[in-house]
Write a protein that binds this ligand. Structure first.
Ligand SMILES: Cc1cc2nc3c(=O)[nH]c(=O)nc-3n(C[C@H](O)[C@H](O)[C@H](O)COP(=O)(O)OP(=O)(O)OC[C@H]3O[C@@H](n4cnc5c(N)ncnc54)[C@H](O)[C@@H]3O)c2cc1C
Length: 489
């Protein structure tokens, strides 16, 4: 069996947002860098992401006449994320988004193109990179490689190698042929992403959901490998139960494992009912801090999206199979509606209620009240205050019921680090030779978002903390002066 060995200054585990940003920083400081990636391609969850970052005081905001400051963003962040926000990291990130994220990425060709409103923000600041996450990561990966950084794909890192309490490398497996790999690094940066594509690990930290259907919704490599490796060498895991769920997704019936969810977007007129046939929430609020707690509080914790025929015409499925670049492939959406066992269709609402086993009287009562609010010309329906501007009456069959289950999307807890991204043990002392960043660390430091994120507060802090880790990791072995950056004050 062939055994491959590598030796480098900075050895990186995982070539996603944080790993690549960290590599760029370490290369800039003059260190040699190799990133080991278990998938075929670098990019991680970042490359399938919406590419939106929470950025404060940006030219895109200014062009829209929006005045924003780190103080205002910090106030929103704290109000949204609650008492478990890591205030130091939140403040650190927000003061550095303009120069050390927005302009930093621009120098590598990233174009920040537009913004989207997101729940919890008093002004728009979720700022999208051209080409979404894929566009952003392509530019950054190119910059990393142009600077001399190497990426070795198909290598799953399994275990850190320690000598006298110091991380000195790791061992792994070439997943194409099973051959072992050994890596010696003067310093290690762990950037292996979150654990939301490992449902067993999600249920371990959220045991109250055991026995219910909960889906995997992160990048394909986000399996929590890094959490286990860090824990084995004494790293402290914190706020692991802070899992950010989205609930507007239905199981991917084509997925052999039955574990992945498909996000369903752009049906503004629909309503959601629980298994008792009752509406329970304002359907205009679908975020992880609004819809998700509402769905998780239902018995059982899922809901049915009720849609009529004209409404389904705008349905989009956020998955490459259902899209051709920016265009939605309608035949494939129809294929899903026709074939998924989690989607029911009937000519009448009575039959639909039977199909999904909810009391017909209750379902029809909910729809009649909703229709009446529209025919009365109300701006909002009175029960939950959903704005009706984008809604129409339910009046044209066939009707559809799409079953939505909680989907674990982002991890807001993880490996605890200090402000230099040094991995801390349970005594809050750094483990020599080991740095970590990104979603493996709940995006930065361990729990930068607290319980809820303003959005754009995952990719943004992952890139930023990656840079911080890269700078200080390189400094720890004699390259450069560490990460300083330029605050926006
Ligand atoms: C569909 C989707 C949309 C999203 N949209 C947004 C958005 O618009 N805005 C936002 O802020 N956030 C968004 N996010 C979240 C954001 O993409 C992630 O939080 C971010 O990418 C985390 O960066 P990371 O570098 O820590 O992890 P990743 O980008 O996931 O990179 C980790 C890498 O490590 C590799 N790896 C894991 N284990 C090993 C191992 N044992 N050996 C070798 N390699 C390993 C993985 O394969 C992966 O490539 C989205 C997430 C998803 C899934």
């Amino acid at each position: 069996m062939a055994f491959r060995e590598y030796k480098t200054d900075v050895a990186i585990i995982g070539a996603g947002a944080a790993g690549i940003a960290g590599g760029i920083e370490a290369l800039d400081a003059g260190a040699r860098c190799i990133a080991f990636e278990k998938r075929e391609e670098a990019g991680g969850a970042a490359a399938i992401s919406g590419g939106g970052c929470c950025i404060v005081g940006s030219p895109v905001q200014k062009a829209e006449g929006i005045e924003d400051t780190p103080d205002l963003a910090f106030a929103d962040w704290m109000a949204w994320g609650g008492p478990s926000v890591d205030e130091v990291w939140a403040r650190y990130y927000l003061e550095h988004t303009l120069h050390d994220l927005y302009h930093w990425a621009e120098q590598y060709g990233v174009k920040w193109v537009d913004m989207k409103p997101q729940e919890g923000n008093s002004v728009m600041r979720w700022t999208r990179a051209e080409g979404n996450g894929l566009g952003l990561m392509r530019h950054l990966i190119k910059a990393y490689e142009d600077k001399g950084g190497e990426i070795i794909p198909h290598v799953k890192v399994d275990k850190l190698t320690m000598q006298d309490g110091k991380a000195v490398g790791f061992v792994g497996t070439d997943i194409q042929n099973g051959n072992p790999i050994s890596v010696m690094g003067d310093v290690i940066i762990l950037t292996s992403g979150g654990f939301n594509s490992n449902i067993d690990m999600v249920l371990e930290v959220r045991p109250e959901l055991k026995g219910f259907k909960v889906m995997e919704g992160s990048g394909f490599g986000s399996n929590g490998d890094g959490h286990k490796m860090a824990e084995q060498v004494g790293g402290y895991l914190t706020h692991m139960d802070h899992v950010w769920f989205y609930c507007y997704s239905t199981p991917d019936y084509r997925d052999q494992t039955g574990r992945r969810g498909l996000v369903c977007r752009h049906i503004p007129g629909y309503i959601w009912v629980n298994q008792q046939g009752k509406r329970f929430h304002n359907e205009a609020l679908s975020g992880g801090n609004s819809m998700s707690p509402a769905v998780l509080a239902q018995d059982p914790p899922y809901c049915w999206a009720i849609v009529d025929t004209p409404m389904k015409a705008t349905l989009e499925i956020a998955d490459p199979y259902y899209r051709d670049g920016d265009k939605v492939v309608r035949e494939k959406v129809e294929e899903l509606l026709a074939n998924s066992p989690y989607i029911k269709k009937s000519d009448t609402l009575e039959e639909l209620a039977q199909e999904i086993d909810v009391p017909a009287e209750t379902l029809i009562g909910e729809i009649s009240s909703y229709n009446k609010a529209i025919s009365d010309g109300l701006d909002k329906e009175p029960t939950f205050g959903k704005p009706l501007g984008m809604s129409k009456q339910f009046d044209t069959g066939p009707y559809y019921a799409i079953q939505f289950f909680p989907t674990a999307r982002k991890n807001f807890g993880g490996i605890k680090t200090d402000k230099k991204c040094r991995v801390l043990n349970k005594h809050f002392e750094p483990i020599a030779g080991l740095f970590a960043a990104g979603e493996a660390c709940g995006m930065a430091g361990g729990h930068i978002n607290g319980r809820a994120g303003l959005e754009g507060t995952m990719l943004g802090p992952s890139l930023f903390s990656g840079r911080v880790a890269g700078g200080w990791a390189a400094e720890s072995i004699g390259h450069g002066n560490g990460f300083i950056g330029t605050p926006n004050r």
